[in-house]
Ligand binder design. Structure first.
Ligand SMILES: [Zn+2]
Length: 659
């Protein structure tokens, strides 16, 4: 049996005891992270992998003995000193010894493929003791492959979308008869499907920040962090960066970047394609960085979603801009990466800033339709925070606009319309583009265990996928990838109601229904479930989400809730919305234990809190178009980045590292 590499051998323990007798600095962190550094195994899986020439920061945390001070930090790759300024700052997280410092060398890159040894050396004064630590990273060999080159990437994230979300959407959209689906979803028609492992750098269960940035950096990040590795300073915008896919392709090939989401644009999945931060919640800084770095690194050309609250000056009603969520980069980081340092400016009019930078602005669907064809850059902000979800948007279009009116945005686009607008603008760049398109509220409504809302979100996503597929069919140098960042809520289809809608409605209004009336007499399992049938209207959505014998969903990652199987007339209150503390939004139920209490039966959660959670299950990925064949099999989420880039970099062995 191979010994656990993390256990010290007796000899190593002896050496450690001897060395500690002669005090020396301690090196507690070396970035990029590696198993070679963390537990000394020379043959662990390589943690950090990069494209040839892809930029990333080198960093180490160095702890001197009491009364000593760190001096003389050097970084070496394969034994050769890395050129460039090394900045040493005080470590500011709690619990570290006095005089602990963080040393950084910014925007390093390495061209030759292979596994490279990263060494940091340091000494302390006045006693002159020194220390060396070694880790490794890999530069992945790409560019030699033959074949046709990918020009455009359409990367589509159904946030939280596991296998069951897809299955449920198919049942609702197309139905099943005599054991067969009557038609496939658009995503079902993609020729290649794989399974993706979603673990993050610091947990088996990821959140959306590292769950999305893995696809755009090729690397693992900690939960709540995107485009950065963890560090030992409290500043959330100074962490060691990794260059994003869009930034790399803007710099080396002149491609454009598009970001489209139904969430607030500061949310984790969109920000994980252009913004580097250890705090996915720092909305003012995140939205500022979109614009501040658009011209210098990302070539951000299209930004569509919600989140207007970050773009309005703090003096405007509905603004959420604040110093506490803003950013200022250390000068050495800004200089190293060639980006503006940012400034604390809650009064900034970011909306005007985008327009000054050449972005056409659309505030609603009518403007979006009128603007896209003539725009070379496009900003669309269709809500103060997260956009209303498909069920409520469609209700609005059908004349029952109470929810979208309550939120004050009665004319929002659907995701397929946003997709069309984004592709229209991005396709104007002859060098090609990368666009991330996210159906964000599959996740948000699964957290809320609001079954019909996440099912319709998945239908909305599938309609956007059909638009992307049509684009790729007409532009065969395009790759379309459909996946998620993680599964949300442990969703699954448990059966169907055995009663009519009228019977269900009567039970829901009867306060005595409870477990007997709404579980034991309603839930049909196995053959009692039969084949639920939904009537789809010309707009692509069901005429009602409460048909007779409706499909029923269970949750494995659930918090406490009441369940009555009936569609919720209103969504849960969205804590991120301005004005949610006043009428009418403050009348919306605040969590799943305050919804369906009359008549519904109580289901005890397996997790604390008031929200269902992400799970660690593998997630499906489907691919269509040029390079799609690479995505068959089972693989790590970071592999997706390298599979995409292998197709983009075909025949580019001389990729240069230029600004
Ligand atoms: Zn989530």
């Amino acid at each position: 049996m191979k010994p656990d590499p993390r256990l010290l051998t007796l000899a190593a323990l002896g050496a450690l005891l001897v060395s500690s007798a002669f005090a020396a600095p301690t090196i507690s962190r070396l970035t990029p992270p590696s198993g070679l550094f963390s537990y000394g195994d020379p043959n662990p899986p390589i943690v950090a992998r990069f494209l040839p020439g892809q930029r990333f920061d080198l960093q180490a945390t160095l702890q001197p003995d009491p009364g000593q001070t760190i001096v003389g930090v050097r970084f070496l790759v394969n034994g050769v000193d890395v050129a460039g300024p090394i900045t040493v700052v005080r470590a500011t997280v709690a619990g570290l010894p006095a005089n602990t410092v963080v040393a950084s060398l910014r925007a390093y890159s390495h061209l030759p493929p292979g596994i490279h040894r990263l060494t940091v050396t340091t000494a302390q004064l006045p006693d002159g003791q020194s220390k060396v630590a070694t880790g490794n990273f890999e530069v992945v060999a790409l560019g030699n492959a033959a074949g046709a080159k990918i020009k455009n990437i359409i990367f589509m994230i159904g946030d939280g979308m596991g296998i069951a979300h897809r299955t449920a959407a198919r049942f609702v959209a197309h139905g099943v008869s005599q054991g067969k689906a009557l038609a496939p979803l658009a995503m079902d028609t993609f020729p290649i499907t794989g399974l993706v492992q979603t673990t993050s750098l610091n947990s088996i269960v990821t959140d959306s920040a590292p769950g999305a940035s893995c696809y755009s950096t090729g690397n693992k990040n900690n939960n709540n962090q995107e485009g950065v590795f963890p560090d030992d300073t409290a500043d959330v915008f100074d962490n060691p960066r990794t260059e994003y896919l869009g930034q790399y392709l803007a710099r080396t090939q002149g491609k454009s970047l598009g970001i489209v989401t139904t969430a607030d644009v500061f949310d984790a999945a969109p920000a994980a394609w252009a913004v580097h931060t250890a705090n996915r919640g720092a909305g003012t800084g995140i939205c500022d960085q979109y614009l501040d770095e658009a011209a210098r690194t990302s070539n951000l050309t299209v930004l569509l979603g919600g989140g207007r609250k970050w773009f309005l000056p703090s003096t405007t009603a509905g603004s959420a801009r604040a110093n506490a969520s803003d950013y200022v980069l250390p000068a050495e980081l800004a200089t190293g990466w060639g980006v503006p340092a940012g400034t604390l400016d809650p009064a900034r009019d970011l909306l005007a800033g985008f327009q000054t930078a050449g972005f056409a602005y659309a505030a609603n669907n009518t403007r979006l339709r009128a603007t896209a064809a003539g725009a070379t850059k496009l900003l669309g902000l269709f809500a103060l925070s997260n956009m209303n979800v498909a069920l409520d948007k469609i209700d609005g279009r059908r004349g029952n606009a109470s929810v979208v009116n309550d939120y004050g945005f009665p004319d929002p686009p659907m995701l397929d319309e946003m997709t069309d607008a984004a592709l229209t603008v991005l396709d104007k760049n002859p060098n090609g583009f990368v666009v991330m398109i996210e159906a964000a509220s599959i996740d948000k409504q699964a957290h809320a265990m609001d079954t019909d809302r996440w099912i319709l979100e998945t239908l909305e996503f599938d309609r956007a996928i059909a638009r992307a597929k049509a684009f790729a069919a007409a532009n065969p140098d395009t790759l379309v990838v459909i996946t998620a960042d993680h599964e949300c809520a442990g969703v699954d289809i448990i059966g169907a109601s055995v009663v009519s809608n009228a019977s269900l409605a009567a039970r829901v209004t009867n306060p005595a229904s409870g477990v007997a009336g709404l579980r034991d007499q309603v839930v049909g399992v196995y053959e009692a479930a039969g084949f639920p049938n939904y009537n789809i209207l010309a707009d692509g959505y069901p005429s009602t989400t409460n048909p007779d014998r409706k499909m029923l969903i269970g949750y494995a990652g659930n918090s406490d809730r009441y369940e009555n199987w009936f569609s919720n007339t209103r969504p849960l209150r969205d804590s991120q919305q301005p004005f949610n503390g006043s009428a009418p939004l403050n009348t919306y139920p605040s969590d799943p234990t305050r919804r369906d209490t009359a008549g519904g039966f109580f289901i005890a959660g397996q997790v604390p809190g008031s929200s269902a959670v992400h799970t660690a299950s593998d997630i499906p990925l489907s691919a269509y178009g040029r390079g799609a064949v690479a995505f068959t099999g089972t693989y790590d989420n970071t592999d997706v980045f390298f599979k995409m880039m292998a197709g983009v970099l075909v025949g580019t062995t001389t990729t240069v590292s230029k600004r």
